[in-house]
Design a protein. Structure first.
Length: 226
């Protein structure tokens, strides 16, 4: 969403392709998702929902993204948000409960005493929404890390819920002027995939980078490991 905001406020035509039927479905209520969608659409961002990206077309550079319904969206660049998979292999024989991350309670404590997990790898009980969730967002990692530090110091406090922050430079500035559509040759599709192929958590972070692909497949995604 931050990438879409920055591109839109620079006058670039942006299409976001979502596998879900609304933005932020795993995080927010339908009302909150609707607010973001309306805000972005009013500033020129187009949403294509409930579809998957099945391939890219291009000869030396990407020229279109192909969707599961057969539709092709013309573009010159693709940004893929692919998510992460929690790295829990080192806990296989530890006795700590693992299921889509490290299972923790409302204090972020694992099934073994005095063991805590925070960030992308933590599958925690959200006491506000009354459900379990694992959040892949930098703000959540910071907030849970701070909470774990307080827990280790004996605070005895429960972790509340995930909060999300957007850089004001990319969101609020979308309201400073009209969006002027870019020429068709500069059309950019932002593709958000549902399947995850990068790993994160337990101190290991993996990102994605966009690079040119001379093989004719268009823009590609490569790992960038810290």
């Amino acid at each position: 969403m931050e990438v879409a905001a920055v591109l839109a406020q620079k006058g670039v035509e942006v299409t976001m392709v979502l596998s879900d039927d609304r933005v932020f479905k795993r995080l927010f209520s339908p009302q909150t998702s609707g607010f973001f969608e309306t805000y972005y659409e009013a500033r020129g961002v187009r949403f294509v929902k409930s579809v998957a990206v099945t391939g890219l077309r291009g000869d030396g550079a990407v020229s279109a993204a192909v969707l599961s319904g057969g539709q092709a969206i013309a573009c010159e660049m693709v940004v893929a948000g692919i998510g992460v998979l929690p790295v829990t292999d080192l806990l296989a024989t530890s006795g700590i409960d693992v299921a889509d991350g490290v299972m923790v309670n409302e204090y972020l404590e694992a099934s073994q005493p005095d063991v805590y997990a925070a960030g992308d790898v933590a599958n925690y009980q959200d006491v506000l929404f009354e459900k379990r969730r694992r959040v892949e967002h930098w703000d959540n990692a910071v907030t849970q890390g701070q909470h774990c530090a307080r827990a280790l110091m004996g605070s005895g406090l429960r972790f509340g819920t995930f909060r999300i922050s957007f850089p004001t430079s990319s969101i609020s500035r979308m309201n400073t002027g009209a969006i002027h559509p870019a020429p068709a040759k500069s059309f950019i599709a932002a593709i958000f995939l549902a399947t995850a192929s990068a790993y994160g958590g337990c101190g290991k972070s993996v990102g994605s980078r966009i690079h040119d692909e001379p093989s004719g497949r268009g823009a590609g995604i490569g790992p960038e490991v810290d």
